[in-house]
Unconditional design. Structure first.
Length: 240
């Protein structure tokens, strides 16, 4: 009896195993996972390069102060004038990591208003006018990608015209190109690969210079005149 029962159980188990194997054979094979695509290459942002030659233009304002010695009293007559200016510049930079070195020459026409006038103790009318200024400077800057902070210094030039008119209306003029020194600082920002905008302040000093005039009532009028100019300029540069 037990042998028959065990035999029946073994037969049933064998049939169940065969059915399970057959069912397993009908199942679809497992699919392989799709490969993960490589990450897209994103190039590092290009660091702005300040090296190269450039030309540009600027506009701004100038403030001039001039002091004339009075030959009759020994005192001084001081004139201040404020006006517009405009001009151009040309230069070149070379960059070493964050350090930017360069040279620049500029010219500013100031004929729109850098004029001063006064009267000395004898009633002579004194007039002074700065027609233009120019500088040749070296520049040293620190670059923070598109932002350049710079300082500059060098030689300065100015066309200075002085006129003396005595009480009778007789007048004499003295015109000269004065030479002095300049120092300044500013900011420049790269707008595109080739274009940049700048804002700068410059101080120009021309020291003292002797002036000699001869009019009907003042045949030998001698004075010493100082001249200093301050300029604020905004400009655009195109770099090649």
């Amino acid at each position: 009896m037990l042998r028959a029962l065990f035999g029946g159980f073994a037969f049933a188990a064998g049939n169940a195993l065969c059915i399970a194997c057959a069912a397993g054979a009908d199942l679809p094979l497992p699919q392989k996972a799709a490969p993960v695509p490589p990450a897209a290459y994103v190039p590092a942002p290009e660091i702005y390069n300040w090296s190269g030659f450039y030309v540009g233009g600027h506009i701004g304002g100038g403030f001039a102060d001039s002091s004339w010695s009075d030959p009759f009293t020994g005192g001084n007559n001081t004139f201040n004038s404020l006006g517009f200016l405009g001009g151009g510049q040309v230069g070149a930079n070379v960059q070493f990591n964050w350090l930017v070195l360069g040279v620049e020459g500029d010219f500013s026409w100031t004929g729109l208003g850098l004029k001063g006038s006064g009267t000395d103790s004898a009633g002579n009318a004194i007039n002074t006018e700065v027609s233009w200024t120019s500088t040749v400077t070296g520049r040293v800057g620190a670059a923070f990608d598109r932002l350049l902070i710079f300082g500059k210094g060098g030689v300065a030039f100015a066309q200075d015209q002085s006129t003396l008119t005595d009480p009778t209306g007789s007048s004499a003029s003295n015109s000269s190109v004065r030479t002095g020194w300049t120092a300044g600082a500013g900011l420049e920002y790269g707008l595109t690969r080739n274009w940049s905008a700048k804002l700068e302040y410059d101080y120009l000093s021309f020291g003292s210079q002797g002036l000699n005039f001869s009019t009907a009532t003042q045949p030998s009028y001698t004075s010493n005149a100082t001249l200093n100019v301050q300029e604020i300029k905004a400009g655009l540069n195109f770099r090649f």
